[in-house]
Design a binder for this molecule. Structure first.
Ligand code: SF4
Ligand code: SF4
Length: 443
């Protein structure tokens, strides 16, 4: 029987691109590479306007704090270093490179020269950090730091192949087209953490991927395929860990605190490429879809590719678009700038001709309780939203709003069109702001 968790919802899949092979788009005219693409410290550019750069060359390095370097994703000339606002309104430095279309690879790019059977923990941390690998969806975390935090604490490694958001098929296609990279990366991570066997978790709406990975790992002793029920948000780390191990992560704790570590399928593939080809994370697979994309498909493109060029590569739009989402429709961020770049965390670019206006209409709670049943974190979203709307943030805190993972399930099921997730997000921001001020001694 497929494994699952309590709560959650069923959303229309809209996986229009699941049977289409990944297409490569290697030649955007320019790339705009943000110096901050993960949780942690921003990078400082190590290049200046006018410099020639090669693919894979370091162009930004973290000088202090948590973080990993950023690399040129194309070869060409640096034509600008600019401040731009991201979708959260935060100003971030970008290095802009004009592509010379030569695909010149940096001479520093070299495969791992040691023996894979003798690989050490420190070597894995070092290679993964230098390759600039960070988690692959939403607010990403540098992978080397995740490996470090798991050392001597975990006995369960899970490869997260769940793709529970509508539309997105990037992981599914990766499993079908580069299974050896996902499995190979997992083996490197298993070795680093001293774990014998990993769990490859795949939802039951991907029977072809389940069959393929089962065949490739059968009798290996290092991997077991775990089949998950297709439900939203099955890809959330907490729900994934519960579905597979039955362990619940207490509020404020991390997966490593219950002996688990979770790596996304694409993170595993990036680890494999860093070791086998020496190639840092400079490309990723992005699902380009929505109700007005002419030829939806998953596209492998350089980090920094502007959405506009990605949309053009997919045949443009069939009618004028009104709304772009960076990521899935449940947890993604609305994006106002069509020239915003693909980052390491961009799993999808969704383009819609009409925006759901529900959030802009007057909304009322009719006390149906659906949001409570849908909430995977066992919160009372109806009350939290009410308190947040009234500015009663202390009550929001008492009702544990900080445990809200902003999955959007409550908003999705709400017949009263209450923008619960947005209200929760606003309350969390207020509470975090208050905590920061108190920490800094500001009254
Ligand atoms: S789902 Fe919406 S209408 Fe129903 S209780 Fe929750 S907030 Fe109220
Ligand atoms: S957004 Fe928050 S409150 Fe709503 S279902 Fe998800 S975790 Fe629960």
């Amino acid at each position: 029987m497929a494994l699952t968790f309590r709560g959650g919802i069923h959303v229309p899949e809209e996986k229009n691109t699941r049977t289409k092979g990944v297409r490569s788009f290697d030649n955007p005219r320019t790339v705009s590479i943000p110096m901050l693409q993960h949780i942690g410290a921003p990078c400082t550019p190590t290049v200046k306007k006018g410099d020639k750069v090669d693919m894979g060359q370091v162009i930004g390095e973290v000088t202090q704090g948590l973080g990993c370097p950023v690399h040129a994703s194309v070869s060409g000339t640096v034509i600008g270093i600019e401040q731009k606002s991201n979708s959260m309104g935060v100003a971030v430095t970008h290095v802009i490179i004009e592509n010379d279309m030569l695909g010149r690879v940096c001479p520093d790019i070299k495969p791992y020269s040691g023996s894979f059977t003798d690989i050490t923990f420190d070597e894995v941390v070092d290679v993964v950090r230098r390759a600039g690998i960070s988690g692959m969806g939403g607010a990403t975390f540098p992978t080397y730091a995740k490996i470090q935090s798991a050392k001597d604490k975990v006995d369960t490694l899970i490869v997260n192949c769940a793709e529970c958001e509508p539309y997105i098929t990037a992981n599914h296609r990766l499993l079908l087209e580069e299974p050896e990279a996902v499995i190979g990366g997992m083996k490197i991570l298993l070795r680093a953490l001293g774990i014998r066997c990993g769990d490859i978790a795949i939802e039951d709406n991907k029977p072809d991927a389940i069959k393929l990975i089962r065949e490739m790992t059968k009798g290996s002793g290092y991997a077991e395929v775990k089949v998950l029920k297709t439900k939203y948000p099955q890809g959330d780390e907490r729900q994934l860990i519960y579905a597979i191990t039955g362990k619940e992560i207490p509020a404020g704790k991390l997966p490593a605190d219950v002996g688990c570590v979770v790596f996304n399928a694409e993170t595993c593939a990036s680890v494999y490429r860093a070791f086998v080809y020496g190639m840092p994370l400079i490309k990723r697979i992005v699902t380009v879809d929505g109700d007005c994309i002419a030829d939806p498909c998953s596209v492998k493109c350089p980090i920094g590719t502007p959405y506009r060029e990605l949309i053009d590569f997919c045949g443009g739009t069939t009618e004028e678009y009104e709304y772009i989402v960076n990521g899935g429709p449940m947890m993604g961020q609305g994006q106002w700038d069509v020239d915003a770049p693909v980052t390491k965390g961009t799993s999808a670019v969704l383009v819609f001709a009409s925006k759901d206006k529900a959030y802009e209409q007057p909304s009322t709670c009719i006390r149906c309780g659906r949001c409570v049943r849908a909430c995977q974190m066992r919160l009372m979203p109806n009350y939290i939203a009410l308190f947040s709307r009234e500015g009663k943030y202390e009550l929001c805190e008492q009702y544990d709003v900080m445990s809200c993972v902003e999955c959007g399930a409550c908003t999705y099921v709400c017949p009263g069109a209450v923008p619960i997730t947005q209200l929760n997000r606003a309350a969390k921001a207020k509470i975090n702001e208050k905590r920061r001020l108190m920490k800094g001694g500001v009254k």
